[in-house]
Design a protein. Structure first.
Length: 267
């Protein structure tokens, strides 16, 4: 199994998909408890959801499940959300705060370092290479980080998550026009709820690569899974729900592509 896959494109938009993979090496899978083996915290169907929405978009996706290593966490282990519940680079618990490992089988420091080198680093080397390639071609790159999550997870947030949770680390990771392009399109879709820089402000990927002064703009989209699938096992994709959501996502991506090609913001 490849750690990651790259579909190179000609658009200035790069789609990162760090959490859609479900590959867990057998030597690790056998150490997960029954809850962990359910892989419930997957960004289910994320590749299918975004597939074909923007002609020429580059896609960089991890095939490795986040329980092995989380490709959207700080490789040094620093928390992205201090004083809030979250999961770590190599998670000890799931999103409900419950153990995912058999007793005594959670990875220690040396194993975490090895997983980081084997799985986290190669994914980000590939993502960096594609962003550099796109920026060399267009003078600008927009990294759109694709995520999804269950709508209700009391361990992580109160209440029900909006369908669209947009993250730009309070406007630091992209030009204001990039943020507005996404946010205003979401607000115009009145059947879907939206929040900007709420509980999810953008993970390590968004914060690490988003350097608008250098021509790389990063924005994270966290989607509530109820908008396109069933939020319980077997996590079925719902075409009747997904079709409407895909139409909105297509508008967002096409608008970002046009914006990046327009030269409207400084690079």
């Amino acid at each position: 199994m490849k750690v990651f896959e790259v579909i190179p494109g000609h658009s200035p938009v790069v789609l990162a998909q760090p959490h859609g993979g479900v590959f867990v090496p057998e030597g690790i899978f056998s150490r997960l408890n029954a809850r962990g083996q359910g892989l419930s915290d997957t960004d289910w169907h994320i590749t299918r959801l975004y597939g074909g929405l923007l002609d020429g978009a580059t896609v960089v996706r991890s095939n490795v499940h986040r329980y092995v290593v989380d490709a959207n966490r700080d490789p040094g282990g620093m928390s992205l959300y201090p004083n809030q519940n979250t999961t770590t680079l190599c998670p000890q618990t799931d999103f409900d705060g419950l153990d995912i490992w058999l007793k005594g089988q959670a990875p220690g420091d040396d194993e975490i370092a090895a997983r980081r080198e084997a799985f986290h680093l190669p994914y980000h080397e590939a993502l960096r290479a594609e962003l550099d390639r796109v920026k060399a071609r267009h003078g600008v790159a927009i990294l759109y980080d694709c995520h999804s999550i269950r709508s209700t997870i009391p361990f992580l947030f109160e209440g029900v998550l909006p369908v669209f949770s947009i993250g730009t680390n309070d406007g630091l990771t992209c030009d204001q026009l990039v943020e507005e392009t996404v946010h205003l399109e979401c607000l115009s879709e009145i059947e879907y709820s939206t929040v900007l820089n709420g509980r999810f402000k953008g993970g390590w990927t968004t914060r690490h690569y988003g350097k608008p002064a250098e021509g790389t703009h990063a924005i994270q989209m966290e989607l509530a899974q109820r908008a396109y699938m069933e939020e319980k096992t077997p996590w079925a994709y719902r075409e009747d729900r997904a079709s409407g959501l895909r139409a909105v996502l297509q508008k967002i991506l096409k608008n970002l592509d046009r914006l990046a090609r327009s030269g409207e913001f400084n690079t």
